[in-house]
Design a protein around this ligand. Structure first.
Ligand SMILES: [Zn+2]
Length: 413
């Protein structure tokens, strides 16, 4: 089971100074900053996914790449750009159009020439045909309630299949260097099954299942069971944006060979509770927001409800006590009480995370983690604060996620 990680230009600055909260003076982002596969002890994914929408932008929305970065990825190719060349194992790079970016449009925004020009231009291994997401799913309960198929869903499905047909022909005629992947869209097991049948008829051997991100695991399984019935022996399925680690063995038995996901990375700083992964569980990260970067705090200080110095003192005390705790020079009680004192100042919803913090500090999982980041920065990885700490925790999660995945398949094979 291959795991592809979608790139969103998430890198860390390896020489960031946590005490001074500063980057090195001579930092050159492009030269110095590092991707997850460069700082973790083991490569945390089997491949990367890069979207045309992110590199080239889509319609009026700009690209996540600077002009200089765009120039470079087209000049040197994606493998060189991501510094993935000359590795022991070749890491595949898959390209797609980034259909979420234009989901609200009537039609996908690019011409086929533009899509193929991107995949060939940056030298990808795999290229996903341009698709248009069907954002709906009809469960049996919906159907009983009388909900019907929207003609726009059918239009989007047919459009996606039509584009896939032309894409497949062009890739052949132009003898492109990448392998083409089609996307199946649908709104029920039967409709996904129909899409897969048609895409196989065109000649596709790799089919990505799209629009499944919001589906319940049961619905994903129902769809996969339906498409497995019509799957040719040589057809491989990819799950776009779906991570259900515990169901992966079943997905595999239904023909899924790969998937992509950002959630292990994003949970580090987006999730309310599951911020730091371990092999067995997850932990809440220790929130120490920057006084001058927190909008709610700034507002209260401006309104005169809060003395800025009191907030800054509580914030600094948290960092000091947490670092002391990491060196066995402060107790858990002291650390929890410092965090709680500051939480009372910045927390607007009256939340008290003391118990979760105690659980995190008691286990102190970063102390025994050998991912390549935890042993380097210690407790900083567990502090929910600023991009340099939060992204490091995201990278750590990727490492653990990959290990969980490998373990799942070891025990099931
Ligand atoms: Zn770690």
């Amino acid at each position: 089971m291959k795991f592809f990680f979608p790139d969103s230009q998430d890198q860390i600055s390896p020489f960031f100074n946590f005490d001074a909260e500063e980057h090195p003076v001579h930092r050159v982002r492009q030269r110095d900053d590092r991707y997850a596969h460069e700082v973790l002890r083991r490569t945390p994914y089997n491949g990367m996914l890069v979207s045309k929408a992110i590199v080239d932008g889509v319609m009026d929305r700009g690209s996540k790449f600077t002009e200089a970065q765009r120039g470079r990825i087209y000049r040197t190719g994606a493998h060189d750009f991501y510094r993935l060349k000359n590795r022991r194992h070749h890491l595949e790079i898959m390209g797609d159009c980034g259909a979420f970016a234009y989901v609200d449009e009537e039609e996908p925004p690019y011409s086929l020439d533009e899509v193929i020009g991107f995949y060939e231009g940056v030298g990808l291994d795999l290229g996903v045909s341009m698709d248009h997401i069907v954002f709906a799913y009809l469960t049996e309960a919906h159907k009983k309630k009388g909900l019907e198929v929207d003609p726009d869903w059918v239009r989007r499905q047919e459009l996606t299949i039509d584009i896939a047909g032309r894409f497949f022909k062009e890739v052949r005629t132009q003898r492109c260097g990448f392998a083409p992947i089609a996307v199946a869209h649908g709104w029920s097991p039967e409709s996904y099954q129909k899409a897969v049948k048609e895409l196989q008829k065109i000649g596709y051997k790799q089919i990505a299942m799209g629009g499944m991100v919001p589906l319940r695991t049961k619905d994903v399984t129902d769809v996969l069971r339906a498409v497995a019935e019509v799957r040719r022996a040589s057809t491989e399925f990819h799950l776009l944006g779906v991570t259900r680690t515990s169901s992966m063995p079943e997905f595999k038995s239904l023909g899924v060979t790969s998937f992509d996901s950002t959630s292990p990375f994003r949970q580090a700083f987006m999730d309310d509770t599951d911020n730091y992964y371990s092999l067995e569980t997850t932990y809440v990260a220790l929130r120490v927001p920057q006084t001058d970067g927190n909008p709610a705090l700034k507002r209260r200080i401006k309104a005169g409800e809060l003395d800025q110095m009191v907030a800054i003192k509580a914030e600094r005390n948290c960092l000091k006590v947490l670092r002391a705790f990491d060196h066995d020079k402060a107790t858990i009680d002291k650390a929890v009480s410092a965090l709680r004192s500051y939480e009372k100042i910045y927390e607007t919803k009256g939340r008290d995370r003391s118990d979760s913090y105690r659980r995190t500090l008691t286990a102190a999982p970063w102390k025994s983690c050998k991912c390549g980041i935890c042993e380097d920065v210690g407790i900083e990885v567990m502090i929910f604060r600023g991009a340099e700490r939060n992204k490091r925790r995201g990278f750590h999660n990727l490492a653990i996620f990959k290990r969980r995945l490998d373990r799942t398949f070891r025990t099931h094979s």
